[in-house]
Design a protein around this ligand. Structure first.
Ligand code: DX5
Ligand code: ZN
Length: 222
């Protein structure tokens, strides 16, 4: 079981040692670097903005998977693409013209991804799923790292996997929040193929080993 991708979230990194932590991800088995942008309006927390993201880009050797937890994301999409995003995720809950937003992300040359909060039904994506490169299923309420995983996520992953089989088999199905060594196998079995992990990586005694385990779950730990 290692066809899935691992995207460590730098929200849980040590911001005073960001270069060190990016280099740690560079030399690990991680596939992408997950970048959480929070505006203090859509979510009750502020993370960081363009200057920090550009600093991350300078050192990153893996694609930046940018998760926008902001209202009116359309205003900033170009700037995030210019700052080096390889994929951009917007939240369904803040995009009244989602089809237009998705086309714009693609025009900018980025992977177009839509996130669903825990309360937002998967079925709402039925008429747009064929246009998407990725769906992000939130398994915690967005805004903070280190929260408890919401069990209902498994059901949502199965539902989105079914929709994806029907309309868009190449879809990346990403799960974000509370992913760890204990639930990763069940999440992959439910249909997730991109796993974001913040605290389970950066709070580990050996973050590279934690990433290696998430990439190859079930194998004996290093
Ligand atoms: C939460 C963020 C997540 C967060 C995950 O709003 O979108 O990406 O960094 O952190 P953990 O893995 O600690 O739940
Ligand atoms: Zn995220």
């Amino acid at each position: 079981m290692n066809n899935h991708l691992i995207a460590p979230s730098i929200l849980a990194a040590d911001f005073a040692n960001l270069q060190r932590d990016i280099e740690l991800i560079n030399s690990s088995e991680a596939d992408w670097i997950h970048v959480d942008i929070m505006d203090g309006v859509f979510v009750p927390n502020i993370s960081f903005g363009f200057p920090v993201m550009k600093a991350v880009k300078k050192h990153a050797k893996k694609p930046l998977d940018v998760h926008l937890m902001i209202v009116e994301p359309d205003r900033y999409l170009k700037e995030f693409a210019d700052a080096g995003a390889s994929g951009i995720t917007v939240h369904y809950e803040v995009c009244p013209n989602l089809h237009r937003t998705v086309q714009y992300i693609k025009e900018l040359g980025c992977r177009a991804s839509v996130a669903l909060n825990p309360h937002t039904p998967v079925a709402l994506l039925e008429d747009i799923i064929a246009d998407l490169d990725q769906v992000l299923i939130m398994s915690v309420n967005p805004g903070f790292g280190g929260q408890k995983f919401i069990e209902h996520t498994y059901k949502k992953l199965k539902d989105i996997k079914e929709l994806s089989n029907k309309h868009n088999p190449k879809l990346f199905i990403e799960v974000d929040g509370g992913v760890d060594e204990y639930n990763i196998i069940k999440l992959v079995e439910a249909g997730a193929n991109v796993l974001v992990a913040g605290n389970s990586v950066f709070s580990a005694a050996d973050p590279s080993a934690a990433i290696a385990y998430l990439k190859n779950p079930g194998k004996p730990k290093l």
